[in-house]
Design a binder for this molecule. Sequence first.
Ligand SMILES: Cc1ncc(COP(=O)(O)O)c(C=O)c1O
Length: 401
Amino acid sequence: MSKPTSPVGVDGIQTRIVHNGRDPETQGRMVNPPVYHGSTIVFPTLDALEQSRIDHDNKDFVVYGRIGSASTFAFENAVADLENGFGAVSVSSGLAAVTTAFLAWAGAGDHVLVADTVYGPTRRFCDRFLTRMGVEVEYYDPLEGAAIAARFKPNTQLVYMESPGSLTFEVQDAPAIVSVAREQGIATALDNSWATPLYFRPIDHGVTVSVIAATKYIVGHADAMLGLVVCDSEESYFRVRQCRNQLGQSLAPDDVYLGQRGLRTLGVRMPAHQASGLALARHLADHPEVLRVLHPAFPDCPGHETWKRDFTGASGLFSIVVKPRRREALAAMVDHLRLFSMGFSWGGYESLLVPQYPAVIRTATRWTEEGLVLRLHAGLEDIDDLIADIDDALTRYARQP
Ligand SMILES: Cc1ncc(COP(=O)(O)O)c(C=O)c1O
């Protein structure tokens, strides 16, 4: 049913976004793969039933609803192909993709290295769950590059990256980290939710697995939770899929459908998010209330040169640092927004803004910037309207002490 690779002879990523995973001839001539609702899969013969006990962790093997259907496999293969992976494993949220990647490698007595700038709940999972399992978690400076090799121990199983990092957008030198990790047989994972397969392909840079919160830009409409782990080889795929299956992770068919549907327009939405994000960031860089813009496309963003070398674009998510003022000033700013909403997510069609506090989270590095971090997501509204809304908000902020 699912097409494991892009249409023959087609390299263009926009074309692959549109065509991957579709096969009208085997899907009743419908343009989209069908949504299969179901738990039970039936087997025609004893041979087929017995074979399923052997093959149930293998790619695209239909054995039981929890483990996936032709709908799931079409979506997984479509995204895996965009990232040039061997295969992808889908789960019920971005965080589930993160935890599945960790659990596929880390066990009692192992050591894992985690970027200090990871998404907050990723860190909570490491601190509260992995440590309880007997895993030693060590945080590292995301800008460390190949120097991370000095932290490797005989029991290091995984180096976990997120690039750019949550809240402050440091871009990691993934190829440098990968090259030293591979020499020691250490696996690497990278959270690629920000760039999406359109703007960065971790597996092309040697990363073992790419973690995607598809909830964000792939779904794109803020209406479903979805995660994917894209794997570089048959070996990593089998490891991750087996882990996902043993954890009982599953993905509802209607959410797979929303992921597929969102994916088809990723190629037109991302450039729009990028353009609005950059326009907002450039406008805000000159605003008297703004001390700093944290955006990988800005030359003073840590890792900017790496971003220019490895990425082909930017999404609409970035932060600004505004002058420090009292809580009343913050409330005056954010309680009367017209278009931006306050919310913890991003990647949908709508603009969002949320105050963030990196200084209280980091342990391997120190966030010493004076001022308040505001994370913004540029949605698909008219840019002039967004600029007017944020300018008015900053005027309300500046009026307070
Ligand atoms: C960088 C990053 N990774 C992973 C996740 C988790 O995704 P989900 O909300 O789908 O669990 C998020 C959510 O905000 C995120 O920002």
